[in-house]
Design a binder for this molecule. Structure first.
Ligand code: KIV
Length: 273
């Protein structure tokens, strides 16, 4: 059985930390589920850490659905959240509903995430009314990087902090089941977490959020342009470089493959050839 949005909400009530990480493919999704994650975000960070785009802006619905399907095929327990790409939920409500439905029907995930607060609250309400759980995302919203003038900490002035609190309340009132707080001062994230009843999931938002989310490539040390708020728990880039260099050296030296990696047949069977 997968975790449900009710399970996630109850975890906040029980003060049990909610564990979330991104994944974009079958093999990684299996491993992060085995490691005990409650939620997997198929984030549009995919565009940067897997597809090599400069930002998340070029990511398409087709790319997101393709990767979401791989993650949902790999998992049985995690609640999978599909990240709606840039401009797929803002042109019209009809467009937003159609695209949210594609994530659920074609991607197989159980919920969607979209960026923004008060300005997308009506869209969130309409998607939720169709039976699709929505996770909000406020603070640093990477799809608005051009509007924000870079990847900056948000909510640092009293006015900006009040706007973020209002955004969180609007998302809660619109029926979002959780809200990601990205790059928000810890004190403000703590206040928002106390003020709203739905769980806050922090990334660069301090310890007092109800849960944490990280980009899996940052945690594994696989993508080396990680932000300050990421902690590298492994050096996968180093492991991969060394393993592939060792393989190359053995191929050059003629020591790979050995009999163990080869198939043989009785030499007499080749005699007539
Ligand atoms: O796309 C993503 O990975 C995200 C997280 C940073 C929350 O939105």
């Amino acid at each position: 059985m997968r975790y449900t949005i009710a399970d996630i909400r109850e975890m906040k009530a029980r003060k049990e930390k909610i564990l979330m990480i991104t994944a974009y493919d079958y093999a990684t999704a299996r491993l992060v589920e085995e490691a005990g994650m409650h939620m997997i975000l198929v984030g549009d960070s995919l565009g940067m850490v897997v597809l090599g785009y400069e930002s998340t802006i070029p990511v398409t619905m087709e790319e997101m659905i393709h990767h979401t399907r791989a993650v949902t095929r790999a998992t049985k327990k995690c609640l999978v959240v599909g990240d709606m790409p840039f401009m797929t939920y803002t042109i019209s409500i009809e467009d937003a509903l159609r695209n949210a439905a594609r994530f659920i029907q074609q991607g197989g995930c159980q919920s969607v995430k979209l960026e923004g607060g008060e300005t997308v609250a009506e869209t969130v309400r309409r998607i939720v009314n169709c039976g699709i759980p929505v996770c909000g995302h406020i603070g640093l919203t990477p799809q608005s990087v051009n509007q924000m003038g870079g990847y900056k900490i948000q909510g640092k002035t009293p006015e900006a902090a009040a706007r973020l609190l209002n955004d969180a309340v609007c998302l809660e009132q619109a029926g979002a089941f959780a809200v990601v707080l990205e790059c928000v001062p810890s004190e403000l994230a703590a206040l928002i977490s106390r003020r709203i009843a739905i769980p806050t999931i922090g990334i660069g938002a301090g310890l007092d959020c109800d849960g944490q989310v990280q980009v899996v490539s940052d945690v594994l040390g696989f993508y080396e342009l990680a932000p300050k708020h990421a902690k590298k728990y492994a050096d996968l880039a180093g492991v991969i470089r060394k393993a592939v260099a060792d393989y190359a050296a053995e191929v050059r030296a003629g020591t790979f493959p050995t009999a163990k990696q080869s198939y043989s047949m009785d030499a007499r069977l080749l005699e007539g050839l």
